[in-house]
Design a protein around this ligand. Structure first.
Ligand code: 5RP
Length: 229
């Protein structure tokens, strides 16, 4: 089974949690997109859901495939969100934001009664941090924000490069118009402490540590999908 087939397996398993009439948060990334494709098939055969997309990219795919959408302001309380992750540990702590949608993903997750993470088994780790941590920052004062992040990381015994995410034609901008630093801290033994500290820096808009947000994870491997909770 290749990586794409594993993502499809996880997405298929997630679909069984979707009930008629649900208000659904819809994640971003290649795994979430497999879920959107499967969801669209169910919608075309009569399933009624209202989706709130976590990015413009997801919104475009939903529109293209006929998944009905609302804004989070129209549906501020959601029954379930299905989203991917860059890393999942055994306490269901996540690193997210590889696709640059972490702010909207976190807002949507926080507005959901349940969050189900879908991923292939390569995303499961004992300790978060091999995947560089995305940190969304305001454009204003980015150098000062970078220094502040480095100082707090060092206070927590962490160090590593903070790389401004770039495209060929300039810096990557999020749907909210912000920038992203990808922080290669390596192993993050105390993700809660780092999350708390990052939230104290004014220039940090949001970070990709998702703690106490995921209700369960569906992890797909060559032998099928298993549940982590
Ligand atoms: C986007 C995300 C994605 O969920 C994460 O990057 C995983 O993506 P993929 O399913 O393509 O591996 O957090 O901001």
């Amino acid at each position: 089974m290749d990586a794409r087939q594993m993502k499809i397996k996880a997405a298929e398993a997630a679909l069984s949690y979707v009930e008629d009439g649900m208000r659904l948060g819809i994640g971003t990334g290649s795994t979430a997109e497999e879920f959107v494709r499967l969801l669209a098939e169910k919608v075309s055969s009569g399933l009624r859901v209202q989706g709130v997309p976590t990015s413009e990219r997801t919104a475009r795919l939903c529109v293209e495939l006929g998944v009905p959408l609302k804004s989070l302001d129209e549906l501020p309380e959601l029954d379930l969100t299905i989203d991917g992750a860059d890393e999942v540990d055994h306490g269901l702590r996540l690193i997210k934001g590889g696709g640059g949608a972490l702010l909207r993903e976190k807002i949507v997750a926080a507005a959901s009664s349940r969050v189900i993470v879908i991923a292939d088994q390569t995303k499961v780790v004992d300790t978060l941090g091999a995947f560089p941590l995305p940190i969304e920052i305001n454009i204003f004062g980015k150098v000062a924000t970078c220094i502040a992040i480095e100082k707090l990381a060092s206070k927590l015994g962490l160090s590593g490069d903070l790389k401004l995410r770039s495209l060929e034609d300039g810096p990557f901008k999020t749907d909210g118009g912000h920038l992203i630093f990808d922080a290669s801290f390596g192993r993050i033994p105390d993700a809660e402490a780092l999350a708390r500290e990052l939230n104290t820096i004014p220039g940090v808009v949001e970070h990709g540590l998702f703690i106490n947000l995921a209700s369960l994870a569906i992890i797909a491997g060559p032998d099928g999908a298993r549940i982590m909770q």
